[in-house]
Design a binder for this molecule. Structure first.
Ligand SMILES: [Mg+2]
Length: 221
């Protein structure tokens, strides 16, 4: 049976699965950032997701989905510094606000999650698509998720969004940076994908991997 919706327990497990993957990818993400910046993106993401993992471990199992997302955002924001810490933290908090009272994340809620995150990042970061930031990946993912409004299968929509985010992240390699510290680097950023956009694509791809693993017939009685 494919997973058609994620409940509070599933969301917690999925976030931990994503956190474990981000922690594993720390060196890759640092290397990406070293090509265009100060090389600390992997460290920041690792610290943020470790804080999420710790916060989730403290939460009551009955904690609703919106609170899980808000608490994850607060944990990330509190543990990390820099622009990406604020952007990621507020993005997760905005996702929680958008899913207030929701019992399960199915396809419609996933679309709502992505669109609310896109709005949050655009507002918090004061960025637009094409500025070579994490927003490029989120925008690509949200556009892909909302373009196929007839699709009911959560796994298919998450897969579509992950692929779109990956493509958008790759495309940032052809963009000049107009915002933040990396804007001083000019042409030096060309050929290197934006680390934040790459991280977002990894998050979505790992969510898809978690959903797929849950859908396997021998793991889900
Ligand atoms: Mg950096």
């Amino acid at each position: 049976m494919p997973v058609t919706a994620i409940d509070r327990r599933g969301l917690t497990q999925m976030l931990i699965f994503v956190a474990d993957e981000i922690v594993r990818r720390e060196a890759d993400l640092n290397a990406l950032d070293a090509a265009v910046g100060d090389g600390d993106h992997g460290i920041t993401m690792r610290i943020g997701f470790e804080a999420i993992r710790d916060r989730l471990a403290e939460l009551d199992p009955a904690t609703p989905i919106d609170t899980i997302l808000r608490e994850s955002g607060t944990a990330f924001l509190g543990a990390t510094g820099g622009a990406i810490g604020v952007v990621m933290g507020k993005m997760l908090m905005a996702g929680g606000k958008a899913l207030q009272g929701v019992e399960e994340i199915g396809a419609p809620e996933f679309r709502l999650l992505l669109t609310s995150m896109e709005t949050s990042v655009a507002t918090t970061g004061k960025v637009k698509p094409g500025d070579r930031t994490i927003l490029d990946a989120i925008h690509g993912a949200a556009a892909a998720a909302t373009s196929d409004s007839g699709a009911k299968d959560l796994a298919a929509i998450v897969d579509l969004s992950a692929s779109a985010a990956e493509e958008a992240a790759r495309n940032t390699a052809d963009m000049l940076c107009r915002v933040g510290r990396a804007s001083r680097l000019g042409n030096r950023v060309l050929g290197h994908p934006d680390p934040g956009a790459t991280s977002f694509a990894i998050i979505l791809r790992t969510m898809r991997d978690w959903i797929t693993s849950r859908s396997a017939p021998d793991t889900q009685p």
